[in-house]
Design a binder for this molecule. Structure first.
Ligand SMILES: *Cc1c(COP(=O)(O)O)cnc(C)c1O
Length: 740
């Protein structure tokens, strides 16, 4: 079906008496027909992106835009008295947690946009990331039954199902294909687990609790489930086309492991080759070493997966044996490098499998996701491996698709860019840099657009959160998963210091400001949940103070997700990216804000460093200890108590002085103790950077008085953001890692 036929059929739709869900399914199904065939893997070389998460967001608007019919659909529906925005009721497909899952989807979008054969493989969870509600300021989690709206953007491939075997059960993996629209239509293939009740559990929840043995085993099952289904498919397709000359397998297939979750795919490839095709183990291992590449996403030790051999062996004895065998091969190969390096790179030791070490040993290329992060991987996390195979390690700074994160979420700014430099930036993002010559010229128009986007955001917040904010407010936003290293708690203290300063008159001449927070906490992460409660208490307290009401407000938006992010990044002035230096691998939220014309207030961490390199330090607000300074302080012995004085003390002690109530749970006191007591107090250096942070926020506030200069700074950021389009990132992967 072509576009014209699509529009004819669309015109023919009878909207009377149909609810949003029915219309959504009807229009989406029609668009699927218009989109044509999903390109299956072809005879040339293909890249496969294996990921436990795909944080898709809402498909409707994005897909119609990519097909090129969004405006027409809007018009046709308006002619029938239907406002296209009603489809915002359709909730996000949140089959992921945060940045890592969103990155996977941005990559698929860019590959399709560039016409590169990259296909996503993962799990079709019945329930995505929980829906967040607040009850008395506490986060509660509700199941995210995203399929209740139907799933019109997928096609179930009944004929391509296959079985995945565990020692104790056999599971059917049924593929569902989601088209990824662009210059070519790639596919995202998500497997659903079917069979017994136990079998179905495998694709029921994203990250089920893993604090018990049962939970850990379920997690291992999930990881193996989609890895095994994918590898079996690739081998089957290869054999069909090329027979059993497996030394050619890496010529046609490259498998990118998104973090360690799919690393068992390595063992599975070796298992199939050795057991089903009688390939000798060393040959199978070398095929694997030519096929896989691995992306590391974090240096936090708790996130580098290890699995007990006992658990793996219980359900996957052959996989356990193969991983041990690979470990022995690695040890032998590295025997000349000394005990220490052998131990550091060990794949199997002390009854545990070190999945990142397995990935690093086998992968042809290993990459970090921002310059600083890659440096840390090379000099610390994988120091030993890097000294042995220095050519393996690469940097691929993350990106975001400018189609969703600018063209779709900020039609107004996109229009201004078109009027200023023409439309070619949409298909070749590098041309966005032409905007650099016009930042002064278009500043006034940009201010108007920012006001429009702010108005839309604040209206939405008023509806959803029941908090009214005037559009003249300066908007500071911190939206990201809740984690101590991301330091939302530090922002909370900073906001309190501003508030107290306004109350006692020490802060004068302050531009009205709102702080927007958006974050979900992992359900079992008690301290993160305490921080949510604390910020909600602060918000209620400050918002109800009539004296400061016209100057300072705080909102913690509920159920932060991709769709909320689309509104917040477009309507904000200041992007808060304040992680402890060295701990945020890259960040991608920072890039979304930058592209939409916000200044970054942040630490020298992750991609913030590259943002200021490109957009200029003078157009952003950098503060806080650097990686080197933190290392230095750690070495000398950090004493947070020394920073607990004056304004800092006043803000931090609200945790224990009764200003706010935690309902007698003791969670605020626990936060306080964590900063001041325990063995290693304030290990994220909140108190160290707090004073500087407050000063920086005030500096921004001061600069905002000169609206035009501030707008120029914001525009300098947008104009220099082309580098952060995932089109650039994907081109680099295609050239340096995938050889597409
Ligand atoms: C972009 C995005 C993230 C990642 O944000 P960071 O600030 O990089 O941590 C997380 N969640 C959602 C919904 C996003 O859109």
């Amino acid at each position: 079906m072509d576009k014209k036929e699509f529009l004819n059929e669309l015109n023919g739709i009878d909207v009377r008496g149909k609810n949003v869900i029915a219309l959504y399914n009807e229009i989406s199904s029609l668009a699927m027909k218009c989109a044509g065939e999903i390109t299956p893997t072809e005879g040339t070389r293909n890249a496969y992106y294996l990921s436990m998460e795909f944080l898709i967001g809402r498909g409707f608007f994005n897909n119609l835009m990519e097909i090129g019919v969004l405006d027409e659909v809007r018009k046709v529906l308006a002619g029938k008295g239907v406002d296209i925005n009603i489809f915002e009721e359709i909730e996000d497909a949140a089959l992921g947690n945060g940045g890592l899952g969103r990155l996977a989807v941005c990559f698929l979008d860019s590959a399709a946009g560039l016409g590169l054969p990259l296909h996503g493989y993962g799990i079709r969870y019945k329930y995505g990331l929980f829906k967040q509600a607040f009850e008395n300021g506490y986060q509660i989690e509700l199941p995210d039954d995203w399929q209740k709206f139907g799933d019109p953007w997928s096609i179930r491939r009944e004929g391509e199902k296959r079985t995945v075997k565990y020692a104790d059960m056999t599971v059917t993996a049924v593929p569902y294909d989601y088209p990824v629209f662009g210059k070519r239509i790639n596919r995202l293939r998500l497997f659903q687990a079917e069979g017994s009740e136990e079998a179905r559990k495998i694709s029921e929840y994203l990250y089920p609790a893993d604090d018990t043995e049962e939970g850990k085993i379920l997690r291992i099952r999930q990881e193996y489930f989609f890895s095994a289904a994918t590898v079996a498919e690739l081998i089957e397709n290869f054999v069909k086309r090329y027979g059993k000359k497996f030394d050619k397998f890496p010529k046609y297939n490259v498998i990118q492991l998104n973090d360690t979750h799919p690393v068992m795919a390595i063992a599975e490839l070796i298992r199939i080759l050795t057991t089903e095709y009688s390939i000798a183990f060393p040959a199978a291992l070398s095929i694997a070493r030519e096929t896989f590449a691995y992306t590391n996403h974090t240096v936090l030790p708790e996130a580098l997966e290890t699995w007990k051999e006992e658990y793996v062996r219980k359900i996957l004895p052959e996989i356990a044996d193969i991983m041990i065998k690979v470990s022995l091969c690695a040890e032998k190969e590295l025997s000349a490098y000394g005990e220490e390096r052998i131990s550091e790179t060990a794949i199997y030791k002390g009854g545990q499998f070190y999945m990142a070490n397995l990935a690093v040993y086998v992968a042809k290329k290993v990459n970090g996701v921002a310059k600083l992060h890659t440096e840390i991987l090379k000099s610390k996390t994988f120091k030993a491996a890097n000294s042995i195979y220095p050519d393996k390690f690469q940097n691929k700074t993350n990106g975001i698709t400018h189609r969703r994160w600018l063209e779709l979420c900020n039609v107004e700014l996109s229009g201004l860019i078109d009027r200023t430099i023409g439309e070619s930036w949409r298909s070749d993002i590098s041309r966005l840099s032409k905007l650099k010559d016009f930042t002064r010229e278009i500043a006034e128009e940009f201010i108007q657009i920012k006001t429009v986007k702010k108005r839309q955001l604040l209206k939405y917040i008023a509806q959803k959160e029941n908090i009214e904010i005037q559009e003249n407010f300066l908007v500071y936003s911190q939206i990201k998963r809740l984690h101590e290293y991301k330091r939302q708690l530090m922002t909370a203290f900073a906001v309190l210091e501003l508030y107290f300063g306004l109350k006692d008159g020490s802060i004068k001449d302050f531009q009205p400001s709102v702080f927007i927070f958006g974050a979900k906490s992992a359900p079992s992460y008690k301290r993160a949940k305490a921080i949510i409660k604390f910020i909600n208490e602060i918000a209620a307290y400050i918002n109800s103070d009539a004296e400061t009401n016209g100057l300072l407000k705080v909102v913690f938006v509920c159920n932060y997700n991709v769709s909320y992010a689309e509104k917040i990044v477009a309507g904000s002035d200041v992007s808060l990216q304040v992680s402890t230096a060295g701990l945020e691998a890259s960040g991608t939220g920072n890039m979304k804000f930058m592209m939409n014309g916000a200044v970054t207030c942040g630490t020298m961490d992750g991609a913030n460093i590259e943002i200021v390199e490109l957009a200029g330090r003078e157009n952003n607000y950098i503060f806080g200890a650097t990686v080197e300074e933190i290392a230095d302080i750690k070495q000398k012995g950090y004493k947070p108590a020394e920073y607990l004085e004056g304004n800092n003390k006043r803000a931090v002690e609200t945790l224990i002085d009764g200003t706010f109530s935690d309902g007698g749970t003791g969670i605020f006191k626990e936060l306080y103790d964590c900063l001041t007591a325990y063995g290693e107090p304030d290990c994220y250096f909140v108190l160290l950077d707090l004073k500087n942070y407050v000063q920086t926020l005030l500096e921004i506030n001061y600069d905002y008085k000169d609206k035009k200069s501030f707008a120029i700074k914001q525009l300098e950021n947008a104009a220099n953001s082309a580098y952060f389009s995932s089109d650039r990132t994907i081109k680099e992967y295609a050239k340096d890692i995938w050889d597409l």
